[in-house]
Design a protein around this ligand. Structure first.
Ligand code: CTP
Ligand code: CA
Length: 237
């Protein structure tokens, strides 16, 4: 490490970041997926790397290439991401779950291509609930006394509906998941996914005021990483 590294806010820190969208296979050629591009997660990886951190990028499906200078672990499904995340988190100072994780996976995965047939009823896909990785990361952190200073950051994509607005849902999610920070996106079909800009609110479990950040995904990532550095240096200087 060069001497200048010590000036960087995340020097000596290991940051694990999940990015992109998981894909849950139905058969060898088909999957259930989502619209996550991975751009925000990659921007976070770049910002963390530039802040001096050792970065592990857990990359589910992404429309963009992973950046140079970070360790990349490729995953496909939520179950694979769970394993990679729990493993990488064990010695990370920060874990950021920016991946869009499938809430459900097909109960049956066919080894061979599913054929359409005229003599049978239309098929029905049965789904199983995937484990909540973010919640398990919090449990793993809380169970290990040595990692008690670890900072865990979740993302939430919310649309709001007739039962609640975006921030109400996000606040409830923050409490339910038990992570330290929750970065909240307001999503619609034309917003956020695949776009180059983003507008988020950072909620904190310690109860400080919601912090707004907007701009390019690079600018938003820099604001999030700056906030993480601040929280981390406050907890364990
Ligand atoms: N997440 C996770 N494991 C899952 C689902 C989500 O770790 N099985 C993480 C996401 O990476 C994100 C956070 O949890 O950091 C919130 O994801 P979100 O889909 O908004 O929350 P859910 O609890 O799945 O709630 P919802 O019913 O709104 O989808
Ligand atoms: Ca979800």
């Amino acid at each position: 490490q060069g001497q200048s590294d010590y000036q960087l806010p995340l020097a000596g820190r290991t940051v694990t970041i999940s990015a992109g969208g998981t894909r849950e296979p139905l058969d060898p050629v088909r999957f259930l997926g989502n619209r996550s591009s991975g751009k925000q997660g990659v921007a976070l990886a770049v910002a963390a790397r530039n802040a001096g951190a050792t970065v592990r990028l857990l990359a589910a499906h992404m429309d963009v290439a992973p950046p140079a200078g970070v360790e990349v672990v490729r995953v496909e499904t939520a179950l694979q991401l769970r394993e990679a995340a729990l493993d990488a988190a064990a010695d990370s100072h920060v874990v950021i779950m920016s991946a869009a994780v499938a809430d459900f996976r097909p109960a049956d995965v066919s080894d061979t291509k599913i054929k359409k047939r005229d003599d049978t009823a239309d098929p029905v896909i049965t789904l199983l609930r995937n484990p909540d990785i973010l919640q398990e990361l919090v449990e793993q952190r809380n169970a290990a006394a040595s990692a008690s200073g670890q900072l865990i950051v979740g993302f939430a994509a919310e649309t709001g509906d007739s039962e609640g607005d975006v921030l109400e849902y996000a606040e409830a999610k923050l409490q339910r998941k038990g992570c330290d920070l929750l970065v909240v996106n307001h999503v619609g079909t034309d917003k956020v996914f695949g776009q180059d800009s983003n507008s988020v609110v950072i909620l904190s479990r310690s109860g400080s005021e919601p912090q707004e950040a907007s701009g390019t995904k690079t600018e938003v990532a820099e604001t999030i990483i700056t906030r993480i550095s601040f929280e981390l240096n406050r907890v364990s200087p």
